[in-house]
Design a protein around this ligand. Structure first.
Ligand SMILES: [Zn+2]
Length: 209
């Protein structure tokens, strides 16, 4: 079974991806992990990622291609973080066709933009690694870590203005993929406004079908 996972920032893709690959015992192909790996040996990528700029399609496609070749994708996989643009989608189609691999479905965790903004901008983290959400998972004492009692911080990435930028990029570049996969009959819509476990239940049901 080969699936793609898409959805806006804040939809909980990372958490769901971990659960899916564990339950169905498939390979997790995460561009986040691939980038972290590539960064170690490639100065250009390292510089791009540090600047926060979007990595050009050619580079992304190459990284994914190398990764696909490294694993035995016939075992089944979950693609997470790719494709993000229509151009990447077409490149992926070509890659998979060459390997004679088919996509069984595209899991789209849908979340309203206002909800995504609310979720991300209420995230707080601590230098010890603990994370909180002032709306859904607040610390016992406001602004303090439950584990080590240090002051909680908000990642620059999670500040409202930057979140809005990330969502605009998503709207412009990733939204068109939804139409593309819908037309191919591959789109599986998941209601991302539900709780983590309910979202996972929806996913499992649609994968079993
Ligand atoms: Zn802490």
């Amino acid at each position: 079974m080969n699936y793609i996972l898409i959805g806006p920032p804040g939809a909980g893709k990372g958490t769901q991806a971990k659960k899916i690959v564990e339950k169905f015992e498939i390979i997790h192909l995460s561009t986040g992990d691939m980038f972290r790996e590539a960064k170690k040996s490639d100065k250009v990528i390292s510089r791009l990622l540090a600047s926060g700029e979007l990595v050009p399609d050619v580079i992304v496609v190459n990284i994914v291609k190398n990764c696909l070749l490294k694993y035995d994708v016939k075992k089944g996989f979950l693609l997470d973080g790719f494709p993000r643009t229509l151009n990447q989608t077409q490149e992926l189609d070509i890659m998979l066709e060459k390997e004679n691999v088919k996509i069984d479905g595209v899991l789209f965790i849908d979340l309203k933009l206002e909800e995504a903004i609310k979720r991300i901008s209420s995230r707080r983290t601590c230098s010890c690694g603990a994370s909180y959400n002032v709306e859904f998972f607040p610390p016992k004492q406001a602004g303090k870590c439950d584990v080590c009692n240090k002051d909680l911080i908000q990642r620059d990435d999670d500040k409202e203005e930057i979140v809005k930028n990330r969502l605009t990029v998503y709207e412009n570049q990733t939204k068109p993929l939804i139409e593309y996969y819908k037309n191919k009959g591959l789109l599986i819509e998941i209601d991302g406004s539900k709780s983590e476990s309910e979202v996972f239940k929806q996913i499992c049901k649609s994968i079993k079908k």
